[in-house]
Structure formats: structure tokens, C-alpha cells
Design a protein around this ligand. Structure first.
Ligand code: PLP
Length: 393
């Protein structure tokens, strides 16, 4: 059977491939430490699980409206008002199968053949694939390490043409952990609003910030910016609910209505039980987050310190998410390795640690290591990394 061009042109997720490879090795009894994971290693909070069990016992197990249950759309609107300072009506919210499907459905709703979408690099691996799938053209702009990989208006400006339809912002960022502060968001937002460029604001990691940094939602800055922004988020990272598959998008009503229509003709609705659990998560206590954040913070500092002790490795201290993104260009030169893929392969074979090469995120010469794993794994994994490098030099 000849497959469709749109799927033949799509690359499978390289981060998921690394995680599967590490899992396979583990299944064979090999002691692999995984730094590939894009999910918190904490359990979903108990009160959230209980809400799901209650939903099952009460028979809340049928189709829901494609936009999501009214209670959850309201809880999201309430959350966005209280926590993010953005005023959306519940009718401007669509519940999606994680943030990934929110982005997918947004692209299918607004991108036409040949439209250009600006994607700051390094980027989350899914963005360009989804843009291409929708018929759009990804246009990459590089963020600079000297600027802590934080996107600026100057990075974007030269890439804008009359075909620019959308820009994807991701702060806190995957894979760098960088953040964009309010002033820069305002400059970028004004620029986009003046030109009618749509902003897809991926805020999945909003709650995971360190050193006192406070996340700003770009749509909260002004009415003009809000009118060209779709705010995307999920319960996946903030509530450790990656497998539950609940996310959402909020924005101009005509776009949200289009996304609801896509839901109605594709997924029908997000799992009814998970939607009830999401209401409990959004409206319930969030004190568990402090504990998670201090664990992440300790691991972040330790990981970055140890990475910087490895010859030829240079790593910034990220302000958000749960990833370190070390520069290994010098190490590649010193060891005579071809590229970051060769280094990641060597580390998997020799040190039995799984890391993701920066090339997967559009930034060769780097690695991504997730610190969403135990301190014990981080200590042992980085010890192995260092030892394996010593043997190379
Ligand atoms: N956006 C970014 C930047 C991510 O890193 C991820 C997950 O890794 C997602 C979206 C997808 O989140 P979800 O699991 O809610 O679909």
C-alpha cells in the first residue's frame, strides 16, 4: 500500500525513539539510566486520582461535548483568569488530548498551503512536523547561547515575510529550559499584533521555574496581543498527568470553534474520566508543587555543576522546565567524534546513559538531559558520563 505523502514526510519523534531504545536495553537486563524523559517522575496527586475513581463509580463514562465538559472549560477559564491574568470566556476554551493535540488542531485550523510559521530553535521536536503536516513551511530562527537561548524580537524580525502566518513561542522552553521575560514578550507581542501574526504560546512548563522567575502569559499583556494569541497548556507537566492526556487551548472564538469542529470529527472528545480528574486538579490544592520544585531545583543545580566538570562540556543554568542543554562542541572536537549523535550513541553504549542529541531539536553540538529522574540516577549517570569521556580523551 502506498502511504500518503503527508505521512511519508513526517519524522517520528526522536525523543520517544531514544526513550524506547533505553527501555529495550533495560528489558534485556542492561542497567541503562534514562535522561531522555519529558515527564516528571512524581506520581499524579492522590486527590486527582480519587476524582477519576469517583467519575468511574458514578458512571461518568460516556461521550462528552467535543469542546470538553462545561465544568472543565469553566475551570480552565477560571485558572487563566486567576493565575495568568487573562480573561477568556469558557466558550473560548477547547479541551484537547494534551498540549500536543491542541497544537496539532490549531495548525490544522489556521495554516494554509505555503504559509510560513516561525519556529525559534532549538525547538520542541513536534513543532516543525506538525507545521509541515498542515501544509505550512517551518522557518527557523536561532536563539543564542550568549543570550541564554532566550528569544528576542531581533531574532525574529529578519525572518518575517508577507507569508508569515504564525510564530510558536515556548517559555519556559523545551529543550533549553530558557525563559522569556515580560518586557521581551511585550516587544514580540506588539510586533506580531501590528502585523496580524498569530502567536501560539506553548506554556506547558509555566509552573516549573526557578530562582524566583515568574512566568508571564503573553496574552495577559494587552488586548491587542490577546487578540492574536492562542494560549496552549496542559495538565501533563504541572500535575504529573502525562498519561491522562488532558490539555487545552484558549483564544479568539473563531479559532477555538474551528478546533472544536476538528475534535468533533476526529477524537470526539477527551476521555470523560480524565476530564473530571482535570477539574479536581485545577480547582484543588497545589501545595505538592513546592516539594516538586525544590526537588527539581536541587537536581538542576547538581546536574549543571557536574556537567561543567566534564572536559569540553559547557552548560548554562536554566531558569525553567526540567532540562539541561549542555554545549558539547569542544568535547566533540577533543574526542574526534563526528557529531552529537555519535556522542549520544557512545554514551548509550559505553556509559549506559540515554541522552538526546541537540540535532533532534535543530541545534547540533548540544545534548539534552532531563532531570526529571531521581537524584540517585542523576549522580550515577553523571559519574558514568564523566568516566566515559575520560576514556575517550
Ligand atoms: N509542548 C512542549 C514544549 C512539550 O515539551 C511537550 C511534551 O513534552 C508538549 C507540548 C506536549 O505535552 P502533552 O503531553 O500535554 O501533549
Amino acid at each position: 500500500m502506498k502511504l500518503a505523502g503527508r505521512v511519508l514526510g513526517m519524522s517520528p519523534s526522536p525523543t520517544m525513539a531514544i526513550t524506547s531504545k533505553a527501555k529495550e536495553m533495560r528489558a534485556k537486563g542492561i542497567d541503562v539510566i534514562g535522561f531522555g524523559a519529558g515527564e516528571p517522575d512524581f506520581d499524579t496527586p492522590q486527590h486527582v486520582k480519587e476524582a477519576a475513581i469517583k467519575a468511574i463509580n458514578e458512571g461518568f463514562t460516556k461521550y462528552t461535548p467535543p469542546a470538553g465538559i462545561p465544568e472543565l472549560r469553566e475551570a480552565v477559564a477560571e485558572k487563566l483568569r486567576k493565575e495568568n491574568g487573562i480573561d477568556y470566556e469558557p466558550s473560548q476554551v477547547v479541551i484537547t488530548d494534551g498540549a500536543k493535540q491542541a497544537l496539532f488542531s490549531l495548525m490544522l485550523s489556521v495554516i494554509e498551503e505555503g504559509d510560513e510559521v516561525i519556529i525559534p530553535a532549538p525547538y520542541w521536536v513536534t513543532y516543525p512536523e506538525q507545521v509541515k503536516f498542515a501544509g505550512g513551511k517551518p522557518v527557523f530562527v536561532e536563539t543564542k547561547e550568549e543570550n541564554n537561548f532566550s528569544l528576542t524580537l531581533e531574532d525574529i524580525e529578519p525572518a518575517v515575510t508577507e507569508k508569515t502566518k504564525m510564530i510558536i513561542l515556548c517559555t519556559p522552553n523545551n529543550p533549553t529550559g530558557s525563559v522569556i521575560d515580560r518586557d521581551e514578550l511585550e516587544r514580540i507581542g506588539k510586533f506580531c499584533a501590528e502585523r496580524g501574526i498569530l502567536i501560539a504560546s506553548d506554556e506547558c512548563y509555566e509552573k516549573l521555574t526557578y530562582d524566583g522567575f515568574k512566568h508571564t502569559s503573553i496574552a495577559s499583556i494587552s488586548e491587542e496581543i490577546k487578540n492574536v494569541t492562542v494560549t496552549i497548556n496542559a495538565l501533563s507537566k504541572a500535575f504529573s498527568m502525562t498519561g491522562w492526556r488532558v490539555g487545552y487551548a484558549a483564544g479568539p472564538k473563531e479559532i477555538i470553534d474551528a478546533m472544536v469542529k476538528i475534535n468533533s470529527q476526529s477524537i470526539s472528545n477527551v476521555n470523560s474520566i480524565a476530564q473530571k480528574a482535570a477539574v479536581a486538579a485545577l480547582r484543588g490544592p497545589q501545595d505538592f508543587l513546592n516539594e516538586w520544585l525544590s526537588a527539581f531545583d536541587e537536581r538542576r543545580r547538581y546536574m549543571v555543576e557536574k556537567l561543567n566538570e566534564i572536559p569540553g562540556v559547557k552548560c548554562l543554568l536554566p531558569k525553567g522546565a526540567f532540562y539541561a542543554f549542555p554545549n558539547v562542541k569542544e568535547l566533540l572536537k577533543m574526542a574526534g567524534l563526528k557529531d552529537d549523535f555519535a556522542l549520544a550513541d557512545y554514551l548509550l553504549e559505553k556509559a549506559k546513559i540515554a541522552v538526546v542529541p541537540g540535532t533532534a531539536f535543530g541545534m547540533p553540538g548540544y545534548l539534552r538531559l532531563s532531570y526529571a529522574t531521581s537524584m540517585e540516577n542523576i549522580k550515577e549517570g553523571l559519574r558514568r558520563f564523566h568516566e566515559a569521556v575520560k576514556e575517550l580523551l
